[in-house]
Write a protein that binds this ligand. Sequence first.
Ligand code: JFZ
Length: 439
Amino acid sequence: MIRTFCSAGAVLLLGTAAHLEAQSAPNEPPPERLAARGWFRDAKFGMFIHWGVYSLLGQGEWVMQNRAIPVDRYEWLASTFNPVKFDAHEWVSVAKRAGVRYITITSRHHDGFSMFATRATRYNIVDWTPFARDPMKALADECRRQGIKLFFYYSQLDWHNADYWPRGGTGHATGRPESGDWNRYLDFMDQQLAELLTNYGPIGGIWFDGMWDKPDAKWRLDRTYALIHSLQPAALIVPNHHQAPLPGEDVQTFEQDLPGANTAGFNTREIGSLPLETSLTMNNAWGFNITDTSWKSPRELIGYLVRAAGRDANLLLNIGPRPDGTIQPEAVDRLQALGDWLARYGTSIYGTRGGPIPPRNWGVTTQRGDSVFVHVLDWPDEVLSIPSLGTRVMHASMLGTGERVNLVQTVDGIVLTLPTGKNDEPDRVIVLQTEHRKR
Ligand code: JFZ
C-alpha cells in the first residue's frame, strides 16, 4: 500500500507520490475487501467439497475426460442425478464440528454441469434432474445459520459447452461441433457468476479453476473480476491458475502443496503478499472415488494444517461426497479428529500468523500478539534448540496442560526441554510468552 506519507522528508517526493497515489488508487481494494482478506487470513481452515454428476460414477471429477465420455451420454447420466440423502444441515454440521470457518464447493466443474439454479442454461440440477432443487441455496442458507462462510468453486474450463472454442488441452473426445463463439462463452460465464453473486446472499468469494487449460486465451479477467467486485465488494477472488497473482485477485492458492513447495509439479514457487491457501485431498481424489482408499491419517492431516499455519496459509481440506448426498465415513471421522484437536489447540492456529522462525522439518511456529507457539511435529529427542526470537522469552509452557517447559536462552538461541512421554502426540505445542514489544 502506498498510502501513508507523513514525514517531512517525503515532501520532496510529493510530486512522485501523488502521481503513484493517483495510479494505484483504482487498484486499491475497498475497505470491505481488505477486511475480508484479514478475515480469511484468520480463518486458517476450510472444507473443500467436490460434488456433481461425476460422483455417480465414483471415479473422480475428471471421469468425463479420462473415460472419453461424449456430451450426449454424459447428458443422460446427468438426467439421473438424484441425491435423495443430501442434507445441508448435516454437511454444515460436519464442517462445524471439524472447526472449519468456510466451505468452498463446486458450483460447476469442468463437466459443465451447473449444480445451482441458473437461467444461463437448462443444463443444471434444477431443470435437468429429478432432484429439481438447488443444493447451493440450501447450503448458503445453512452456512449463514451456522456462521460459516461459503465460497463457490467455478470452472472456467467447460467440456460441455460448444462455445468453449477453440478448445484447449482437454475436452477433445466429447463429440462437440468444431466451432463456437468464445465471447458468447465468456458472456455465459459472467451471467452465471452474476447469479452466484446475487441469489445466495453475501458469499465468501469465487474459487476459479481451469484457466490453465487455455493459458493463452483472452479470458477477459478484468471485466469478470470487476463484475464480481461490483456485485459484492467483499467477495474474494481465489484463482487456481498456478501463476503469481494477477490484478484483482485476493488470495494465492496452492494445490496439493504447502506454499513454496512444488511436489505436484504445477505450483509456482513465487509467494506474493496476498493471503495464502493450500488445497489438499484426504485420499488421492477430489470427486468421489469408490476405490481410492489411500486415506491420510488424522495425524498427517493435523500436520498439514499446522505446517500450513506456520507458513501463514489456510488449509482447504477436501471431501468428495457420494452421489446419494452422504459423506464417506472415512472423511467424517478425519474431520471429527481435526475438530477434536482444534477444540484443544485451536488457539495456536486460528487468528495467528506465521511465526518468527521459518518452517523446519521438526515443525513450525505461529504467533499472536506476544505469544509464540512452537509446534513440535516430528522430533524424537527431549531437547530441542531453536534460533533466537529476537526478543526475550518470559515464560514457556505446554498448551493444553499448562505444564512448565524448561528453557535456557542465550543471544544465539533457546534450548527447550520437552516433557517426556508425549512423543506420540501429533503436535506438541509450547507457548512462549515473550517480552512485550513496542510497535
Ligand atoms: C484442478 C481440477 O482440475 C481438479 O479437478 C480439482 O478441482 C482441483 C482442485 O483443481 O486440478 C488441477 C488443475 C490443473 C492441473 C492439475 C490439476 N494441471 O495443470 O496439471
